[in-house]
Ligand binder design. Structure first.
Ligand SMILES: [Zn+2]
Length: 426
């Protein structure tokens, strides 16, 4: 079995807000030892890395990822990309995510059926490079909901799979199960980007959500929901949705309901898109007037207030920010960790936990991913600098000296990576 000994790293195990200078031994795809014993257990022939001056930490988890979103300005653009080309663009994105230190991604929805499933299968088969992946269905929505861009006079596809009424919900959900998804995604509320169904409108009805979730339970699938309105958050909790995204306009009652299920539910703000539209939108033609007319400044403020409250109540939050639009280029994903600190009141340690172990919990890996501990899967980063002091260092590829996924080097540290120089094979 291949063994790698990482010596003298400043280790962030994920369990405390401190770094510990020590050694870590990896055997096969798992961490075998952390601490003084690691060196003596390495044995002959181990690959030895001197990580002096570098921080070793768990790989990051993107909890709201759209690897098949390809830098688009508007959702209908996704409908115009041929499936064959779209698959190649998706493969490019999953590699890009791993290149940026994301060793796991939870797909919050695929832009077309089978893009995520095929990417996940290709990664697992070793055909393409990419993170561990939970594949999502497309966003299931109703006529006139988020993801329905059809017009009476112009046929155009978008990213939604449209179903109306419980019977169609059952059929569409079962088709996605047949495709091989891990997660079924449903849009409960509208969105500021839909002129006739804004964020605080809730197009989906209880019977439709109930039918959808019953299929998920029958087949043992995770359910993720787009839920911006307060009503949609309450519906999601009542019906037992596993991961409730956004929750921007959750009122006191909705927050109480979320808190009541905090041991089983995950939430995720997907804040990157809101942030970039309001702060950096001009690159995509979003002038301040347009942003104001879409109500995005108001949404920005609502999201910040909601997540301060969600943090205080100890509800589990995953990192991930709707990257993959022109205004949110793929690869910037780690910016959301800094947003948690800057806008939601998280300490760097708390935000890093969201980006590692809480994401790993959402992925379904329980107690074997997201920490640097014996027995855990070896998804690891060596980082220049201390992310517990400055989480923004994780946004720069040059600071990622090593990226290891499942015990294999995706990016191997080069000479001079640490203060003492790196890689000294013995
Ligand atoms: Zn999304």
């Amino acid at each position: 079995m291949t063994k790698t000994l990482i010596r003298n790293a400043d280790v962030w195990t994920g369990s405390t807000d401190q770094l510990t200078n020590t050694d870590v031994l990896i055997a096969g795809n798992r961490i075998e030892a952390v601490g003084e014993a690691a060196a003596s257990m390495a044995g002959e022939g181990a690959d030895i890395l001197d990580a002096t001056g570098l921080t070793l930490m768990p790989g990051m988890v993107e909890g709201h990822c759209h690897p098949s979103f390809t830098g688009i300005n508007e959702p209908p653009e996704l409908g115009r990309i041929a499936p064959e080309e779209h698959m190649l663009l998706t493969a490019q994105n999953v590699r890009l995510l791993l290149d940026h230190g994301f060793t796991s991604i939870f797909e919050a929805a695929s832009a077309k059926p089978l893009l995520g499933v095929t990417a996940r299968n290709a990664i697992e088969a070793g055909m393409i490079a990419g993170p561990r992946m939970r594949a999502g269905s497309p966003e299931v929505t109703t006529t006139a909901g988020l993801g329905d861009e059809r017009k009476r006079n112009i046929h155009q596809e978008s990213f939604g799979l449209i179903a109306d009424g419980p019977d169609e919900m059952r059929r569409v959900a079962r088709e996605c199960v047949r495709d091989g998804v891990d997660t079924l995604k449903i849009n409960i509320s509208g969105d500021e980007f839909v002129s006739h169904a804004r964020a605080e409108i809730t197009p989906l009805e209880d019977e439709e959500l109930a039918a959808f979730i019953k299929v998920a339970r029958t087949f043992g699938k995770t359910v993720a929901a787009h839920a911006r309105s307060s009503q949609s958050v309450k519906m999601a909790v009542r019906h037992g949705v596993d991961c409730i995204y956004h929750c921007d306009f959750a009122d006191e009652e909705a927050l109480d309901m979320l808190e009541s299920v905090k041991d089983t539910v995950f939430v995720g703000p997907a804040f990157g898109l809101v942030h970039n539209c309001t702060r950096e939108g001009e690159v995509a033609g979003l002038t301040p007037d347009v942003v104001e007319s879409m109500g995005l400044y108001r949404k920005f403020d609502a999201t910040c207030a909601t997540y301060h409250e969600i943090r205080k109540r100890g509800i589990r939050v995953v990192v991930g920010g709707d990257y993959g639009f022109a205004v949110t280029p793929m690869g910037q994903n780690a910016r959301d960790i800094e947003h948690f600190v800057r806008y939601f009141g998280y300490t760097p340690y708390e935000a890093l936990c969201c980006a590692t172990q809480i994401g790993a919990d959402l992925m379904g890996y329980g107690d074997e991913l997201g920490k640097v501990e014996p027995g855990f899967l070896a998804d690891l980063l060596l980082v220049r600098g201390n992310p517990l002091q400055d989480v923004s260092i994780l946004q720069h590829q040059d600071n990622l000296a090593m990226i290891m996924k499942d015990g294999r080097m995706h990016k191997r540290p080069g000479a001079g990576a640490g203060r003492s120089g790196l890689i000294a094979a013995e």
